[in-house]
Design a protein around this ligand. Structure first.
Ligand code: SF4
Length: 701
């Protein structure tokens, strides 16, 4: 009997434990790990189909230079030489890394160390910028650091679960399964879904608020004003543990009911019912995801939610708190090691001179990035205008997934030197690489990931390494060697990187932050191999435990208090006579990102086989669009052609289209070619859910 290997699903931020088995004939089977505390044996459709997506068809097996197979030495020498030459001639900010929430924490750590500590630039950003950076920014404003207070258990312990901007049923399916099972066992639990669409998640909702796009800032401001005059307000908590309530309340109270009705598009009765439920239910968890984050007011939305939890003291206690659900398998791990342009490492802040000094001394590095680097959208603008002349893209496909994707493709195509590390030979992005480096895929990789509830789990290998593929951390470390930094990148195995990250986390008490993984600083190979899933914080000398932040009312601002944020409601309507519809992009149940893996499974493709756009029946009639006919979606940025799905799940005036399809599956299928590169001013996250577009029947010319 072949041995089972405990590993972690490589798709969404739920971070489910997987048991993988390879039989004597080499066939792989997977099932949920009953002992993993995130999923207790459950898997969703994507996780269950993992074995169908790991064949070698299309794999990149050898390094390539200018489309021709090369050896590793030749390829790595060239990468190091071109990056070094570019830096020498144009300075450290003329190069950039664009990385991914698909990377393991160990990969992310090395990429961040090389860019910030040795190249001396902070031009490393990630596709997680598109995913949860507004939550990071909101957490930092309110809490003083980027921390998710709660655990999945809180969702089950709550009496009221508010899901805003979160189609849990399709995007975090195992949390949805846990929630649905809890609701079935305890029908008194109330669930409110706030979403312009009637998504599948609404099937278990007691109340669905079909809010206008970006109307949720106003809704939560209205909730704060309501709570402030209700018995739910916790004046003692506000006085002891927070600052800024008066200003936040004054801003919220300036919105009257008429204003609220107009901005949210909701009936007054529904708004009052939501406020009543929130007011009268102490155990409330508010989950939010991309519908909140992917907005030009994303950070304000996050803080509008956090304001309500702070005002009631409902945070950090069992069954209570705001809960940001991360999209990717290791979005959280990237945050831990500072794999974003505006973060440092081990939760330290790039703007903080003491933090910079601490990290530089720990690394023994010749330089340290002194200012934040370019965030994703700005990074590709800098590629386009020639400020960035050498770009290394790892484990992501920006030609499909970035907003204004056609411009991003043109920028990459014109960049003087592009390196792409990927598992696939041909993606929309790899075709523009001067150097292609073959990376390890799921089942071959070895390292750790962190899920939405701060739980660190192992991804363990169980497959033979194909061709000459190598780990991403190894590729980066080898380039670090060749750029003259051998001592700092002398790693033989991922455990050594994990141990260094843990040691940095504990170094000088991490500037008095108590949310590190310092207890793991001395981890050895065996202990790393056997590492059970655990949640941080786990400071030195402590044992793993279920942890919630802020239960004691202590926050990470210097005075130990949380901050309310006074918010101004944003303009929400971007439409005009030429572009009268609002496009909302998102995920579907059975595909992942740009389909480079899930697209291989016939079973998964059977769920929805083609790119589509949901449109309300009356809008379809008025625009002459017929059910299942082809439609053209157009914005000033570009066009996409997809199949019409006429449904009253979609509100009037809006359309929903999935983000997944790329031009290898269907011509003009990339919806991000249509999405405008508008970003949140604080987080830099693109507003992918409120895009003004025109929609019409497609006519081939
Ligand atoms: Fe994987 Fe997410 Fe599905 Fe769990 S819920 S099996 S992590 S895709």
């Amino acid at each position: 009997m072949a041995a089972e290997v405990k590993t972690t699903c490589p798709y969404c931020g739920v971070g489910c434990g997987v048991l993988a088995t390879v039989d004597e004939a080499g066939a792989v089977s997977v099932k949920g790990d009953p002992e993993h505390p995130s999923n207790f044996g459950r898997l969703c459709s994507k996780g269950s189909a993992l074995a169908e997506t790991i064949d070698l068809d299309g794999r990149l097996l050898f390094p390539e230079i200018a489309g021709k197979q090369s050896g590793w030495d030749e390829a790595l020498d060239l990468v190091a030489q071109r990056f070094s030459e570019t830096i020498a001639e144009h300075g450290p900010d003329s190069v950039a890394f664009y990385v991914s929430g698909q990377l393991l924490t160990e990969d992310y750590y090395i990429a961040n160390k090389l860019m910030k500590g040795f190249i001396g630039s902070a031009n490393i950003d990630t596709n997680s910028r598109l995913c949860m950076s507004s939550s990071v920014a909101g957490h930092r404003r309110a809490f003083g650091a980027d921390t998710v207070p709660g655990t999945y258990e809180d969702i089950e312990l709550a009496d009221l679960v508010v899901l805003t901007g979160s189609n849990l049923a399709w995007c975090h399916p195992v949390i949805y399964q846990r929630l649905a099972a809890t609701k079935a066992a305890r029908p008194s639990m109330r669930i409110v879904v706030i979403d312009p669409r009637r998504t599948m998640t609404c099937d278990i909702a007691d109340l669905h608020l079909a809010i206008r796009p970006d109307g949720d800032v106003a809704l939560f401001m209205g909730l704060l004003a309501h709570l402030a005059t209700s018995p739910a307000i916790d004046q003692n908590y506000i006085a002891a543990h927070t600052e800024g309530f008066a200003e936040a309340f004054a801003a919220a109270a300036a919105l009257d009911m008429n204003n609220l009705l107009e901005r949210t598009g909701l009936p007054a009765m529904q708004i009052r019912e939501f406020f009543r439920l929130f007011e009268t239910t102490p155990k409330v968890v508010t989950c939010y995801s991309q519908g909140v984050n992917q907005s030009s007011s994303g950070t304000d939305k996050v803080n509008a939610i956090l304001n309500c939890h702070l005002a009631t003291g409902r945070i950090g206690r069992p069954g209570m708190g705001p809960f940001s659900l991360t999209g990717q398998p290791n979005a959280m791990g990237g945050r831990e090691v500072g794999g974003l342009a505006n973060m440092l490492a081990a939760h330290m802040a790039i703007e903080n001179a003491d933090d910079r000094d601490r990290v530089q001394r720990f690394w023994g590095s010749p330089v340290i990035a002194a200012k934040p680097g370019l965030k994703a959208v700005d990074m590709f603008r800098a590629v386009a205008d020639g400020r960035i002349k050498a770009l290394w893209i790892m484990a992501t496909n920006p030609v499909v997934s970035m907003p204004d994707a056609d411009s991003v493709e043109a920028a990459i195509a014109a960049c003087p030197f592009v390196v792409v590390s990927d598992i696939l030979k041909e993606t929309d992005t790899t075709r523009h690489a001067h150097v292609l480096l073959p990376s390890l895929g799921w089942g071959e990789k070895n390292g750790t990931v962190t899920n939405s509830e701060r739980r660190i789990s192992r991804q363990r290998p169980f497959l033979d390494i194909p061709g000459e593929a190598r780990a991403d951390w190894w590729q980066l470390a080898e380039v670090g060697h060749r750029m003259g930094f051998a001592a700092a990148f002398d790693f033989d195995a991922p455990v050594e990187i994990f141990a260094e990250h843990a040691a940095l986390s504990a170094f000088e008490n991490n500037g008095s932050r108590d949310f590190d993984i310092g207890a793991r600083a001395g981890v050895t190979g065996d202990a790393y191999d056997e590492l059970s899933p655990f949640q941080w914080p786990q400071p030195e000398g402590t044992a793993p435990s279920v942890t919630r932040f802020f239960a004691d009312g202590g926050f990470f601002h210097p005075d130990g208090k949380a901050r309310f944020v006074a918010i101004k409601p944003p303009a929400t309507d971007r439409t005009n006579a030429d572009f009268p519809f609002t496009l909302n992009t998102g995920r579907i149940r059975d595909q992942w990102h740009t389909m480079t893996r899930t697209g291989k499974s016939a079973r998964l493709s059977a769920h929805i086989a083609e790119p589509f756009a949901e449109i309300h029946p009356r809008d379809a009639i008025e625009t002459g669009i017929s059910s299942a006919g082809l439609v053209e979606i157009e914005s000033p940025q570009g066009k996409a052609v997809v199949r019409a799905l006429v449904t009253d799940r979609q509100a009037r005036g809006g359309i929903f289209a999935p983000m997944h399809w790329n031009d290898q599956f269907a011509a003009k299928a990339r919806i991000d070619a249509v999405v405008a590169p508008i970003t949140d001013p604080v987080s830099g996250q693109p507003a992918s859910k409120n895009v003004a577009v025109a929609v019409r029947p497609f006519r081939a010319t």
